[in-house]
Structure formats: structure tokens, C-alpha cells
Ligand binder design. Structure first.
Ligand code: DGJ
Length: 732
């Protein structure tokens, strides 16, 4: 009966409604996504691109996009191949956003538009919710679109629910599907491995499907980071070209697919990777997909990055508008070999350097099996008595006495077979029955699907926070991928593992955030294997790579800067590479600065330089963290990299120029600055100069108009291999 009433209501609606009523407009300051319910009741995407003046234009544009298609339902305004959330089983010939099997074995779904509403969330954000329904089966799909006006970001996700008697099996469950009709498509992906994260690679899409995905379970961005640029028609550069910048906010297996069909139309699908993850959805339960976050830019990649950074500061990253802590880490100086004396000395070194915090890394825990290397102790989160007889509380007090904050490393999702945790709770560990355990860094993954394990991981953090005054910071590591994955807890629902693990981890992180809302945490994954905007709701920053050689690091930081703001990208000055302390520090300063060096081994002039650089960084960090980034010269184009940050008021800027490996006597052109006010006058001063060094910039200390700096520019790059120049630009 209910079904018949709905059918009658929908038929009446579609026959009577005029084109205007069936058009759904999702808009930001300069982007529009237009959807439309066709007369056949299905929902279509009719436009995604630059926002037009007035609504009538969208209808004309939609008309244009039908020209190559033969299907016409009497409504020429809608492109009938661009279904907003296409299903499987009826007449779809291409990738579906959703696929399921009903209780009676029917594998098809057909979703018609039921209703939509748009609500203002705050002065900047609106949410549009579109209700879809299958007329033959009681399945509801709800599409959500959040539009962030000023930042030009659209966030999109989907909810799936049914009222059948028994569970339905979901095989596909995309967050979004977007359609494009361009002449050519250029995809920039970000791929890598340990120590070579986020290499940017641009290629032209050809007919067929290109997939960027992860099947690693945890540490899931190790090979592919879930971000992309899609340039439309022609390649985009920093300041020109039409493109979409997209990222999926999911910390488990993800999938981004780009299907180019025989008519040169492109479907971009995002979501959880359905690989080995068919999901049995209980009646009345809602399956919520992660968010796909995207920006359409007609001003190139630079504008897309700046918009994303602005969005991330306000909405995407925990405490995005609060300051970060500079730090001294002990990992590369001591590895596992330290005691109370060595650490206390490093508290003093932190103070000497002028950083805010000392960060104690791996190796402080385990008693029956002390963590003297990476083969034992993981899971036993009590301080090793032989190394630290007075416990963590003592270290916290010592650090406080010295006047520095105290942070600590944990890897709470993992266990070494040589640990008390492994002995006591074998059923808490992901491992296959009847097969040998599969190790990576001699460790296994705990089963975060199990609420008891979630409690254990929460307690690991909570116990440390309850010791004395607690810590000021956590570095949360994850040093392996998931293999041989089997959860004793999930019993006969093993295909839920990848999804439930990730959801279980979010539950723990949510509890930590609720109990300790002001606790900064760094996300680390044996380098930069975990970087996505779902994790970053809980983490204030992430470790970009274990590769801290500044030459390599320039490329890594350049890659991350496309999607993540500077304050979230942790860069440490270490002993990797044999470059000068100046080059290392200048490179680290383009993001969140830290040190992981033996301060006592620095020569006097190096220490003087490093201390001054910390002072400079603290003065300039508001510009670096919250300013607008302009990437001026790419290391992928020349043997140098030049970038600058400019504050909102255009009164202060910082420019970093890194010379990499040029051929003999490179002829570097002057660099034109960007983002300044042409009518203002600025003093340009070279900073971060070694005490016995010479400034590179001959004009250092002189003043120029913004007009001059942006149209003529200055020669900012030294020709010396692996050298750097840092300029402070101040309105006078
Ligand atoms: C991998 C991280 O990337 C390093 O910084 C360090 O914390 C080690 N793990 C510790 O085991």
C-alpha cells in the first residue's frame, strides 16, 4: 500500500513539476553542481563547473551536454547518461555507484528521486539532502552535499538503508560519482613508498578505467595517497586551467576510479574500496559512506590548494586555527638506546634550541620483553623499569622543571609476538587460522573491530594521560600493513573486516578527542603512510616521511602541499643527508618545524644558526601556518623550488628558495612574487643566515612595491648545489 501511494505521488510530481522544480542547485562562491530529476524519475548531474550568473544558464548548459546522446525522455535538459548515483542491474552499462542483492536474490536496484531539501548550517555552509528510493524494493539512498561557500569546497557522502526482512548484501557503495564531458582529461596522482611518498605523476586518461586504490587495510596510503587533480581539456598549471581537486576522507582501503567511455565522457567514482568487502546490511541500519571532498578550480592548482588549505584550517583538521608545537625528537639520536640521564639532557637541549617540546620516541616500554629493538615489547605500554626506573611521571616532571613540554610516541594498534599482550590475548590479534603468522617489522595488527580491543587502545592513551600531569602530545605510529587478516571477533563476517577496523579505530579516536579535546597528536605511519581528511579530524598534524634528506624532502613536501596546509606537515631536521644545517632547517621550515638531531654535536655556529632559525620560525609561523601558499617554481620543472606564504592582510610574507642539483652555472631567472598587494611597499630581508655566512640577496633590507615584486621580481636562487634563501617580506 505504502509503495503504491509513493508511486502515485512521484508520478504526479514528475508529470506536473516544471524543469525549474526538478533542478537542484548546489553552489559555493564560484562553483555550481547542478542535479536534476528527469521525467523518468531518475536523478542526473547536469552541470559541474564555474558558477554562472543567474539560473537560466544552467538549463542552457545542460541542453548542450545532451547533444551527443540519443536518449531523450521528453526532457532535453538532462544528460541521460549522467546519473547522479547510478545503480546496477537494470539498464546501466557502466560502473555503478551502488550494487546490492535483495532478500529474494534479485541483484538490481533502480533509484528514483523522492525529495530534496537544503538547509543553512552556518553563515558559510549549506547542506543539500536528496532522498532516493527504489520503487520495487524498500531501499532508500540519501545523497548529502555540503557546500562551503568561501572555500569553494563541496563535501559529498551517501547513506544507504533498507526495510527488507533480512540483511541485504552490498557489493558497491560509492561516496560519490561525478561526470565530466571534456575534450581531454589529465590526471595527477600521488604515489610512492616508504621514504618516497607522494610523487606527483600526471598522465592523460585514455579509454577504459584507471583506478587509484589501496588494499593495505592500515598504513593504507603507503603506495597511493587518496588525493588527485583532474585537469579538464588541457593540462592545468599553478595559475591557470580548469581542474577538480578531490580526496576521499577514509582511513582504510579506498578507491578512486576514472572511467572514460566510448563517447569521451568521464565518470569519477570515490569511496571505500569494495575489494574483499561485501557488506551485509541489517534492516533499518544505515550504511554511511565516507566523504568525498572536492574543489572545482578554473584558476589552476594553486587556487585549488589555497582553497583546500583554508577549508582544512576551519573544518578539516583538528585545531586547524590553533598554534603547533615546535619540538626536539630523540628517535634518530638514540633509537632504542636511552636512559633517564640521556633524556633529561635532551630536555635541556630542547630548551637550548628554543623549541616548545621534547618528544620521546619508540623504545620506552615493555618489562617482561623490553622494547630494546623493534622485535619485542609492542603492546606492553608500561615504562621499562631498567631504562626508566622512575617511570613516565618522573620524565614529565623533569621536562616541566626544564621548561619544556613532554610528548610521547605510541603505536597502539600493533603487537609484537614477543610481548605480554600477545601471550594474554591471542584472540585480540588479526591472524588467519591454519596459517603461519605473517609479520612485517616483526609485528601484527590488533583487532580493532573488537570493542575490548578498542577499550585497550583507548586505555593506552588514557593511562598515560592519567600519569602525573599527562603528556602534551602524542605521536601515533603504525608501521605495517594488514595481511593475513582474520578477525576472531567478526566470526563469519570476515568481509566486514576492513571497514569495521577503520570504524573501530574512529570510535577510539572519538573517545580520546572527547576526553582530551586539547591534546595535539601527530599521525605517523612508518613515514607518511597515513594522510587523509578523516584521520585529520583527530590529528593536528602528520609525519610526512622518514626521508628527511632535504633534497628528497623538497619533493615530498611539495607533493603534500597540494592538498594539506603547512601546519599539518611535520618536517624534522635530522642527520639524513650531509647537507648544511641551514639547508636542512630552511627546508623543514616550509611546514611544521621540528628537530631530530644531537644538539650537542652541533658546531657552535650551527647552534647559533639553529637557535636563530627557531626564533625566526616562531615569529613567522602565523604566516606559514595560516597564510596563502603560492608555489612559484616547481622542483619538477627546474632544479630549484621556490614558494611563498602571504598572510590574509597581505602585510607579511615569507619566501623559501631551494636550489637542488643544478647543472654547472645555472641561469636562474628572477622570480616574480605572488599574492602581495601591488600598491603596498615591502621591505625584503634575507633571514636564516649562518653567523659566518654571507647573504645571497644583494638587495636584502631594501624596499620595493608589491607591483615591482610581482611584475619584475628578484633573483632569489643561489646557484650553489643544495642551498637555500629565506626572505621575510614586510609591509612598511
Ligand atoms: C617509524 C616512524 O616513522 C619513525 O619516525 C619512528 O617513530 C619509528 N617508527 C619508531 O619505531
Amino acid at each position: 500500500m505504502k509503495k503504491i501511494i509513493l508511486l502515485v505521488a512521484l508520478t504526479t510530481f514528475f508529470c506536473n513539476a516544471n524543469a525549474q522544480d526538478r533542478q537542484i542547485q548546489i553552489e559555493t562562491q564560484s562553483t555550481a553542481l547542478i542535479l536534476k530529476a528527469g521525467k523518468n524519475g531518475l536523478l542526473y548531474q547536469s552541470y559541474l563547473g564555474t558558477k554562472l550568473n543567474g539560473n537560466s544558464g544552467y538549463i542552457l548548459l545542460s541542453k548542450e551536454s545532451t547533444k551527443s546522446f540519443v536518449v531523450n525522455d521528453g526532457n532535453p535538459l538532462v544528460n541521460l547518461r549522467h546519473q547522479a548515483y547510478p545503480t546496477f542491474g537494470t539498464d546501466n552499462l557502466f560502473e555503478s555507484a551502488i550494487r546490492m542483492t535483495h532478500n529474494d536474490g534479485n541483484p538490481s536496484l533502480e533509484l528514483v528521486y523522492v525529495s530534496h531539501r537544503t538547509a543553512k548550517i552556518d553563515g558559510n555552509t549549506t547542506e543539500t539532502i536528496i532522498q532516493l528510493q527504489d520503487l520495487a524494493y524498500p531501499v532508500e539512498v540519501t545523497l548529502h552535499y555540503k557546500a562551503y561557500f568561501n572555500e569553494n569546497v563541496i563535501e559529498q557522502w551517501t547513506e544507504i538503508k533498507h526495510h527488507e526482512k533480512k540483511p541485504v548484501m552490498l557489493y558497491n557503495y560509492a561516496s560519490s560519482m561525478l561526470h565530466f564531458d571534456a575534450d581531454h582529461y589529465w590526471l595527477t596522482q600521488f604515489h610512492g613508498d616508504w621514504a618516497k611518498e607522494v610523487r606527483m605523476q600526471e598522465s592523460k586518461l585514455t579509454s577504459g578505467t584507471k583506478v587509484i586504490d589501496s588494499k593495505l587495510g592500515v598504513r593504507n596510503n603507503m603506495y597511493q595517497t587518496p588525493v588527485f587533480f583532474l585537469a579538464l581539456n588541457s593540462k592545468a598549471d599553478e595559475n591557470s586551467g580548469e581542474l577538480v581537486a578531490g580526496t576521499i576522507a577514509w582511513s582504510g582501503n579506498f578507491k578512486l576510479s576514472f572511467e572514460l567511455d566510448h563517447k569521451n565522457a568521464l565518470r569519477v567514482t570515490s569511496g571505500i574500496n569494495p575489494f574483499a568487502s561485501e557488506y551485509s546490511l541489517q534492516p533499518e541500519k544505515t550504511f554511511i559512506t565516507p566523504s568525498f571532498i572536492y574543489i572545482f578550480s578554473n584558476k589552476g592548482k594553486g587556487q585549488a590548494s589555497r582553497n583546500l588549505h583554508a577549508w582544512a584550517r576551519k573544518y578539516g583538521i583538528k585545531d586547524g586555527e590553533k598554534p603547533r608545537l615546535t619540538l626536539l625528537n630523540n628517535w634518530e639520536t638514540t633509537f632504542f638506546n636511552f636512559d633517564e640521564k640521556k633524556l633529561s639532557d635532551m630536555f635541556v637541549d630542547s630548551k637550548t634550541l628554543g623549541v616548545d617540546m621534547f618528544l620521546l620516541d619508540d623504545g620506552w616500554f615493555g618489562n617482561k620483553y623490553p622494547r630494546s629493538g623493534d622485535k619485542s615489547g609492542l603492546g606492553d605500554w608500561q615504562a621499562t623499569k631498567t631504562k626508566l626506573p622512575n617511570g613516565l611521571g618522573f620524565l614529565m616532571k623533569e621536562a616541566e622543571k626544564t621548561g619544556v613540554k613532554f610528548g610521547i610516541w605510541i603505536e597502539p594498534e600493533m603487537v609484537n609476538p614477543k610481548s605480554e599482550l600477545y601471550e594474554k590475548h591471542p584472540d585480540w590479534i588479526l591472524k588467519l587460522p591454519n596459517r603461519p603468522e605473517n609479520y612485517y617489522r616483526t609485528q601484527l595488527v590488533l583487532d580493532l573491530c573488537n570493542p575490548k580491543v578498542q577499550d585497550f587502545v583507548f586505555k593506552t592513551v588514557d593511562d598515560i594521560m592519567q600519569t602525573n600531569s599527562g603528556v602534551a602530545f602524542f605521536k601515533w605510529d603504525c608501521n605495517r600493513m594488514m595481511t593475513n587478516a582474520y578477525s576472531t571477533y567478526l566470526k563469519n563476517q570476515q568481509s566486514h573486516l576492513f571497514i569495521e577496523y577503520t570504524n573501530g579505530l574512529y570510535k577510539v579516536l572519538e573517545r580520546i578527542k572527547t576526553k582530551y579535546p586539547n591534546l595535539p597528536m601527530m599521525l605517523c605511519s612508518g613515514g607518511g603512510g597515513r594522510t587523509d581528511y578523516a584521520f585529520l579530524k583527530y590529528f593536528t598534524e602528520f609525519w610526512a616521511s622518514d626521508n628527511t634528506d632535504p633534497f628528497n624532502r623538497v619533493f615530498i613536501q611539495w607533493g603534500y602541499s597540494q592538498f594539506f596546509p603547512a601546519f599539518s606537515i611535520c618536517n624534522h631536521v635530522t642527520s639524513w643527508g650531509n647537507q648544511s644545517i641551514k639547508f636542512k632547517t630552511d627546508v623543514a621550515m616550509m611546514g611544521k618545524l621540528g628537530f631530530d638531531i644531537n644538539v650537542r654535536e652541533l658546531k657552535e655556529k650551527e647552534l647559533v644558526y639553529a637557535k636563530e632559525a627557531v626564533v625566526n620560525y616562531k615569529r613567522l609561523s602565523p604566516v606559514i601556518w595560516y597564510g596563502n601558499l603560492y608555489r612559484l617554481i616547481s622542483p619538477y620543472d627546474e632544479s630549484r623550488a621556490v614558494l611563498m606564504y602571504v598572510n590574509e592582510a597581505k602585510s607579511k610574507a615569507v619566501l623559501f628558495s631551494y636550489t637542488l642539483h643544478p647543472l654547472y652555472d645555472p641561469q636562474y631567472n628572477s622570480v616574480r612574487f605572488q599574492g602581495l598587494d601591488p600598491n603596498k611597499t615591502y621591505k625584503v630581508e634575507e633571514i636564516n643566515v649562518m653567523p659566518d655566512g654571507k647573504k645571497y640577496l644583494e638587495e636584502s633590507g631594501e624596499s620595493f612595491t608589491g607591483d615591482f615584486l610581482m611584475n619584475v621580481g628578484l633573483s632569489v636562487s643561489s646557484s650553489k648545489v643544495e642551498s637555500s634563501v629565506v626572505l621575510e617580506i614586510t609591509e612598511i
